[in-house]
Design a protein around this ligand. Structure first.
Ligand SMILES: Nc1ncnc2c1ncn2[C@@H]1O[C@H](COP(=O)(O)OP(=O)(O)OP(=O)(O)O)[C@@H](O)[C@H]1O
Ligand SMILES: [Mg+2]
Length: 338
C-alpha cells in the first residue's frame, strides 16, 4: 500500500503532533480494507537462486549515464605508452570517468526484482503506482523546507521490511520511464545490499567520497545496462559512518548531487529509522520519504515512533510490503482508482 501525502500542519505551531496517526491508521486499515482508494500493496515476489555477472568497463569520459540506446564501448587497442601520455597531455585535464557494469536480468528476475523486459506483472503494476506518486512530487517548486523533491529516501522503522527491494524496484521502474533518469544510492553503510542484489561489485562508493574530498562522485558511479539507471555504491566499511553522514561534507555532496542532476530521481536506500541516527541525518536532506512497512509484522506503535523522527515538512509515502493477495481482489487496474 502506498499513501503519499503531506501531513496537515497546525497553523499556529507549524507542527503536527498527530501527523502520523492518519498515515498509520490508513496503513493499518488497509490490512483489512484493500479497497481504500489511492493505495497499493506490494505482494511477495518470487525468489530464486544466486548467480552473479559483472562486466566492469571504462566508458564515456565525464558522463555517468549514456544516452538512451547507447551500448558500452569496447576498449580501444592499447597504444604505445609514451604516445598515449603525450596525447593525453595535449588534450589537457580529462573529465573523470564512470564505470560501466552489466546487471544479469535473468538473475534479477529470479529474485523477484523488475527487469526491463518484464512488461506485465503484479510487482510491475504495484511499483508503477508507487512511482507515479513519487514522480508527481519530484519536480514541484520547493516548499518552505527548500528540500528537493527529487531526492527520495527509502526507509522503514525496523530492519528487514523490504527497503532494498523497494529501492531497487522503484529505481528500475522509474528508469524505464522515457523522461526520467535515476541515480540509486546505497546509503545503508551497515548493510549495503544494493550491489549484491544487482549482482554487481565495487570497492569504492559514497563513504569514500565523504572521507576523501579529492575523490569525485563520478569516479565511484556505476552506469548499467539499464540506460537510465546509475548506481552509487555504499563503499568500504567505516567506523565513523554516522559522523560522516552528519558531516558538512555529506551536506555538500547531497547538494552537489541535487545540483548536478536536477532532472534526475535520486533514490537513497537507507537504514531503518529506529536502528541508528544515520537515517535521521539523511532524512534532513531529502524532499520525499518512501516508508516501507512489512504487513502483519511491524506494530503500529513502532511505525508511529519512527515516523515521529521525520521532520514535518518532509513528504512521506507509506508502502505496505508483502501483503498477501486476497480472494476476489483484482490484480490490475484497481490500483489506479484515486
Ligand atoms: N514484496 C517482496 N516480495 C518478495 N521478496 C521480498 C519482498 N520484499 C522483500 N523481499 C525480500 O525479503 C528480504 C528482505 O528485504 P530487503 O533486503 O529489501 O529488506 P531491508 O529492509 O532492506 O532489510 P535491511 O534492513 O536488512 O537492509 C530480501 O531477500 C528481499 O528480496
Ligand atoms: Mg536493505
Amino acid at each position: 500500500m502506498i499513501q503519499v501525502r503531506m501531513p496537515e500542519k497546525n497553523k499556529k505551531t507549524g507542527k503536527s503532533p498527530n501527523r502520523t496517526v492518519p498515515l498509520i491508521e490508513r496503513a493499518a486499515r488497509s490490512l483489512g480494507e484493500p479497497e481504500i482508494p489511492g493505495t497499493t500493496r506490494v505482494t511477495p515476489a518470487r525468489r530464486g537462486a544466486k548467480t552473479a555477472a559483472v562486466t566492469p568497463e571504462i566508458d564515456r569520459a565525464g558522463q555517468d549515464a549514456p544516452p538512451p540506446g547507447a551500448q558500452p564501448r569496447s576498449r580501444a587497442p592499447a597504444a604505445p605508452a609514451v604516445a598515449a601520455t603525450v596525447a593525453a597531455r595535449a588534450r589537457g585535464p580529462q573529465p573523470r570517468r564512470s564505470r560501466y557494469a552489466e546487471i544479469d536480468f535473468a538473475r534479477l528476475q529470479k529474485f523477484g526484482f523488475l527487469t526491463p523486459s518484464l512488461t506485465r506483472s503484479r510487482t510491475m503494476e504495484e511499483f508503477r503506482v508507487i512511482k507515479r506518486c513519487v514522480l508527481q512530487h519530484a519536480f514541484q517548486p520547493r516548499g518552505e523546507s527548500g528540500k528537493p523533491g527529487n531526492l527520495v529516501m527509502v526507509t522503514s522503522a525496523v530492519p528487514g521490511e523490504g527497503k532494498t527491494f523497494t529501492s531497487i524496484n522503484l529505481a528500475i521502474s522509474t528508469a524505464l520511464e522515457r523522461d526520467y533518469t535515476v541515480l540509486l544510492i546505497d546509503a545503508d553503510f551497515s548493510k549495503p545490499n544494493i550491489l549484491p542484489s544487482l549482482g554487481l561489485d565495487a570497492k569504492k562508493g559514497l563513504i569514500d567520497v565523504l572521507e576523501d574530498p579529492s575523490l569525485d562522485l563520478s569516479e565511484v558511479l556505476i552506469r548499467t545496462n539499464i540506460d537510465k539507471l546509475t548506481v552509487l555504491p555504499a563503499g568500504g566499511e567505516h567506523a565513523l559512518s554516522t559522523e560522516l553522514l552528519a558531516s558538512q561534507r555529506m551536506r555538500d555532496v547531497v547538494r552537489d548531487i541535487a545540483r548536478r542532476y536536477p532532472d534526475r530521481i535520486i533514490i537513497f536506500d537507507s537504514p531503518p529509522l529506529l536502528s541508528t541516527s544515520e537515517p535521521c541525518t539523511l532524512a534532513m536532506h531529502v524532499g520525499q520519504i518512501v516508508f516501507v512497512i512489512q504487513a502483519d509484522k511491524t506494530p503500529q506503535s513502532i511505525v508511529r515512533e519512527a515516523l515521529d523522527l521525520i521532520e514535518p515538512d518532509t513528504r512521506v509515502g507509506l508502502v505496505l510490503n508483502r501483503c498477501q493477495p486476497q480472494f476476489g481482489q483484482p490484480q490490475f487496474g484497481y490500483y489506479y482508482k484515486r
